[in-house]
Design a protein around this ligand. Structure first.
Ligand SMILES: Cc1ncc(COP(=O)(O)O)c(C=O)c1O
Length: 395
């Protein structure tokens, strides 16, 4: 048998969500109706103008050939226009924009393109796993920094970590509005982190996946709105959430030319780009579907209200997030010692409700579980009833 030393795969821990998925499948195979708030996987169809554009385009056989890895020029132009329209940010669509096959792919490949085993990278924790594991896969040294309720304290920790690090970090990866904590920031916060990046010559990667899923008048700022941010920063965005397009795999990375070009180069070796009809439909989405985005946002707002009001009513105190498609809920006091994985297992068993254990996003998340708002209001009410019964049981 060949040597079974799979260096990169072995660096990755067993997927904590797999244990919950296995329990979910087992319960379903017994005929139980599990209400699933687990994955951040939008449940609604992609808006029909986008689907129609795909169908129209796929009929043209010229689109069946290899596409362009960096993205069709018209798609990159649509992205550039989106930044101008939404954030008043000027970009050069040739050198400062690259599309990717979903932002997850882009983040992982940017890490691979830019890092080596001599590099330290600061990453907020808890966080969406590819922020940390992109660094690990690239062989670099991950330095997790706990998110604080007060994000000014987080900035202090970032700076202290830089100062005390045996080797100056090369990069900081942040994500606001944050998955899973749902924390949001002001432009002032982003200004401060750009200041830190510039002071110590450190690249900043910002993941803005939830730019559009915002509530109660909150607007999520882009790091590229900060004067001079392009000297050191790039930002990722995805069509998965705003346009209900998770399966289509379209995202993009914009900003600093050196980082964008490093990602463009490594991708040109690895892929031929997203299928052309999907890229053409993505142009339609970005240019013409702002109203559909508003409707999607309203849907999440209504689900958020149903879930948060319901949980608060039954005595599980949770905060209403100002953004994202998640509710980040501290485990009720009586159960907190169990940790998030065991508590999530109990929720499946006794409440028929699946959530993501907070520990899946980093050990800092272990006192929490994450609800994704992917069930409608009716199912959400049913889930709250199940949770109420469970919380009143003697276990
Ligand atoms: C913060 C964040 N970034 C990136 C992604 C990945 O999105 P994509 O579908 O573009 O790969 C997700 C998906 O849940 C996410 O929550």
């Amino acid at each position: 048998m060949p040597d079974q030393h799979f260096t990169n795969a072995e660096k990755l821990p067993p997927y904590i969500f797999a244990q919950i998925n296995a329990l979910k499948s087992e319960a379903r195979s017994k005929g139980e109706d599990i209400i699933d708030f687990g994955m951040g996987n939008p449940d609604q169809p992609t808006p029909s103008p986008i689907v129609e554009k795909l169908i129209e385009t796929v009929k043209n056989s010229a689109t069946h050939r290899y596409s362009q890895s960096a993205g069709l020029p018209k798609l990159r132009k649509a992205i550039k226009d989106w930044y101008m329209r939404k954030f008043n940010v000027q970009l050069d669509s040739n050198s400062e924009v690259v599309t990717c096959m979903g932002s997850k792919e882009g983040i992982a490949h940017l890490a691979l393109a830019t890092l080596s085993n001599e590099d330290n990278v600061l990453v907020q924790s808890p966080t969406y796993p590819i922020h940390s594991y992109g660094v690990v896969i690239a062989g670099a040294n991950l330095q997790s920094i706990s998110l604080k309720e007060n994000l000014d304290d987080f900035l202090i920790d970032v700076e202290e970590n830089i100062i005390n690090s045996p080797k100056k970090p090369k990069m900081i990866i942040i994500n606001f509005p944050s998955n899973p904590t749902t924390q949001t920031v002001t432009l002032d916060f982003l200004k401060k982190i750009v200041e830190i990046g510039k002071k110590y010559d450190i690249w900043i990667i910002h993941d803005l996946a939830y730019a559009d899923i915002v509530f109660d008048g909150y607007q999520a700022p882009s790091i590229l709105q900060v004067e001079g941010a392009k000297d050191i920063a790039v930002e990722f965005f995805t069509l998965s959430k705003s346009y209900n397009m998770p399966g289509w795999r379209v995202g993009f990375c914009c900003g600093n030319q050196d980082l964008v070009q490093a990602l463009t180069k490594i991708k040109s070796y690895m892929d031929y780009g997203t299928f052309t009809p999907i890229q053409v439909a993505a142009i339609k989405a970005i240019n013409e579907c702002d109203e559909e985005v508003n409707q999607i946002c309203k849907m999440y707002e209504s689900r958020r209200d149903e879930l948060c009001n319901g949980l608060n009513r039954i005595g599980w105190d949770v905060e209403k997030p100002l953004a994202t498609m998640f509710v980040w809920a501290k485990i009720p006091e009586n159960y907190i010692d169990l940790g998030s994985l065991e508590f999530s297992k109990l929720l499946i068993k006794h409440a028929q409700v699946a959530v993501s254990p907070g520990a899946g996003f980093g050990i800092d998340g272990d006192n929490y579980v994450r609800f994704s708002l992917i069930e409608n209001e009716h199912r959400t009410r049913q889930a709250v009833r199940g949770i109420k019964n469970f919380l009143s049981m003697e276990i």
